[in-house]
Design a protein around this ligand. Structure first.
Ligand code: ADP
Ligand code: ZN
Length: 609
């Protein structure tokens, strides 16, 4: 509170002295002043607006006033390292601890923190929520706790991290204000991060999500051939054939698609390459470098590309396939026009995209289904795209942009798309879940849909399908509408997949008993099924781990058991570790495997609840 009068002056002089900037960008100062005055804050700024300065400036000012070091919690090790390097280059005493660094180095850093020798300490959420960290804060209370990428605390967000749920505990040791920063600003995420991080009456600083130099448009295209043809046409029109010049990014949902599209572009003589997380680190760095220096003009990438990198002269971002949420779309499309010059963001959209996304997100976070519906609504909207995006990010009453395809009146109509059946309502979804709850064993989606439509086909004599109270309850709906509603339930985690070879649906977490099916013909005292059969009821996580193991074995030309053994899969499935440290307790996972596969395993566990 000592700052109340002159916190603005302190903020500005620190900005100038440390960063050399003369003025804050819009909204930054509000966040900085809140922190200087000891108030909690939620900072929602679009990528590139300058979020990091919002916590770095008060952190440095307070630390230099003798209030102790600041703590920054960040989930992205690469970004953390970039920020720490940049700060050190400006003479700030910043350091980081994370699991990729040797223990000795981490300990030395923590000792420096405890002795008050640091101004900013960056830590991963695993560390911050892990053992011993609170004791450290008891010893040396921080002057500010900044939580970067704070949407990770939201189960409705696209990046949920369980460790974030424990960050509110850190405040029990100290009275430091907490600043939560994110580029995901939907009202729901805001509400959830305030609640889960325990922010008290926070200053809410919301940036302007409009980008006056971007033109958004949507083109409805069904087939890949059509999309590829149109993409080539667009790139030619925009002059992307030359060896040098501005850049374009083409985003695809799958690795396979990036390869196919890059091939097609190369065949047309474009300087294009593909980029995805399955390529080696070296290949990715090379592609990124070539793109950075302009030798490569078109990068065809999955969402793995772009986090924390900024290329000013991207003139075109095409989504060859639709992403699964508007947050992801806005973040990726927003990589266009960072230099402020005009740029285009084009989304190719078709019903097949939603199916691909449902498959990709199946059983992932709670808000996945809802996020898909928002994406769908954006694609089908007949009002200003920017307005809709702003509304999604919580900005009320922005005027129409005058630049998007809708504002300009050149909306592409939905070419030869078959009429999509109307999506089933909540009541029907509840009926589906209830029906699955009454089954005696998992069944396929089509079989379930047919039974709900009232079919009495012999083939449905399994799992008690013919005897469900819900049999025939959805008879007025088309089979594919019901199948798609079942997929919605799967993507929202209300149903789970079982089995690998023939995917069937089941209630998440419910054990499959070898009970007698009431509908099945009575069988004389059935013996226990042979072992192989009993094991068939794989949990989604076991299935995912098994597929991961096979894929890695193929990539590394190893035998699957060399990646890890079945008992490791069972142990992971039973104990569901959530941190790298916890992985050390799993049989069959040593240091080198954890280093190599640890992050992937944690991700699979998160993605398969
Ligand atoms: P975000 O985290 O919001 O994506 P960054 O914090 O990385 O954005 O900032 C984006 C860029 O803008 C950085 O290069 C940063 O140095 C620059 N920047 C931030 N604030 C200012 C400012 N007030 N004046 C000039 N440049 C700024
Ligand atoms: Zn518009």
């Amino acid at each position: 509170m000592a700052y109340a009068v002159n916190s603005q002056a302190i903020a500005r002089s620190t900005l100038k002295a440390v960063f050399g900037y003369d003025a804050f960008r819009p909204h930054q100062e509000d966040a900085v002043v809140a922190a200087l005055e000891g108030r909690d804050a939620a900072v929602l700024l679009p990528t590139g607006a300058g979020k990091s300065l919002c916590f770095q400036v008060p952190a440095i000012a307070k630390a230099r006033e003798g209030e102790g070091p600041a703590l920054v919690i960040s989930p992205l090790i690469a970004l953390m390292a970039d920020q720490v390097n940049a700060l050190q280059g400006r003479g700030v005493k910043a350091a980081l601890v994370n699991s990729h660094q040797r223990d000795a180095a981490n300990h030395a850093t923590l000792r420096a923190y405890a002795r008050g020798e640091l101004e900013l300490l960056y830590v991963s959420p695993e560390r911050a929520a892990g053992p011993g960290f609170r004791e450290l804060l008891d010893l040396t209370p921080p002057c500010l706790i900044a939580v970067d990428e704070a949407h990770c605390v939201s189960q409705w967000g696209h990046d949920f991290r369980p460790e974030y749920m424990r960050l509110s505990e850190l405040r029990e040791s100290c009275s430091a204000p907490m600043m939560a920063a994110t580029a995901t600003a939907t009202p729901r995420v805001l509400k959830e991060l305030i609640r889960r991080l325990g922010l008290a009456d926070p200053a809410v600083v919301r940036g302007d999500f409009r980008r006056a130099n971007l033109c958004f448009s949507v083109e409805h295209r069904r087939s890949k051939a059509d999309r590829t043809k149109r993409l080539i046409e667009m790139l030619k029109d925009a002059g992307f054939q030359g060896r040098r010049g501005s850049k374009a990014i083409v985003y695809c949902s799958t690795r396979k698609a990036t390869e196919a599209v890059a091939d097609a572009l190369q065949a047309e003589g474009f300087a294009a390459r593909h980029y995805h997380a399955g390529r080696t680190k070296r290949e990715r760095e090379r592609a990124q470098h070539a793109f950075g220096v302009g030798r490569l003009r078109i990068l065809v990438a999955t969402s793995a590309f772009g986090m924390g990198i900024d290329f000013p002269d991207v003139r075109l971002v095409v989504h060859y396939q639709s992403p699964g949420s508007l947050e992801a779309y806005f973040q990726e499309a927003g990589r266009a026009g960072r230099d402020g010059d005009a740029a285009n963001c084009v989304l190719f959209f078709g019903a097949a995209d939603m199916q691909t996304q449902r498959r990709l997100i199946s059983g992932s976070h709670r808000g996945a289904g809802e996020a898909l519906r928002a994406m769908e609504a954006y694609a089908h909207a007949d009002r200003c795209r920017e307005q809709l995006l702003c509304e999604h990010f919580g900005m009320a009453e922005t005027p129409p942009c005058g630049r998007c395809d809708v504002c300009l009146g050149d909306v592409s109509f939905e070419e030869d798309a078959p009429p999509t059946p109307p999506a089933l309502g909540e009541e029907a979804l509840a009926t589906i879940v209830a029906a699955v709850g009454g089954l005696t064993r998992p069944v396929g989606k089509t079989a379930l849909a047919r039974a709900l439509r009232g079919s009495r086909a012999k083939a449905l004599n399994k799992g008690g399908l013919l005897h469900l109270p819900e049999h025939g309850a959805l008879k007025e709906h088309e089979e594919r509408a019901i199948v798609s509603a079942i997929e919605t339930c799967l993507s929202e985690g209300r149903l789970a997949h079982r089995g690998n070879k023939y995917p069937t649906v089941w209630i998440p977490g419910k054990p499959v008993r070898s009970a007698k099916a009431p509908g099945a013909a009575p069988r004389a005292a059935k013996k226990k099924a042979p072992k192989a059969f009993r094991r068939a009821a794989y949990s989604p996580l076991q299935g995912a781990l098994e597929r991961f193991r096979k894929r890695k074995a193929r990539e590394l030309k190893w035998k699957p058991y060399m990646v890890f053994q079945k008992r490791t899969i069972s142990a992971l499935d039973e104990t569901r570790p959530s941190t790298l440290d916890e992985l050390h307790a799993i049989p069959g996972l040593g240091h080198s495997r954890i280093e190599r596969f640890g992050e992937d395993l944690l991700r699979l566990i998160r993605e398969n609840p």
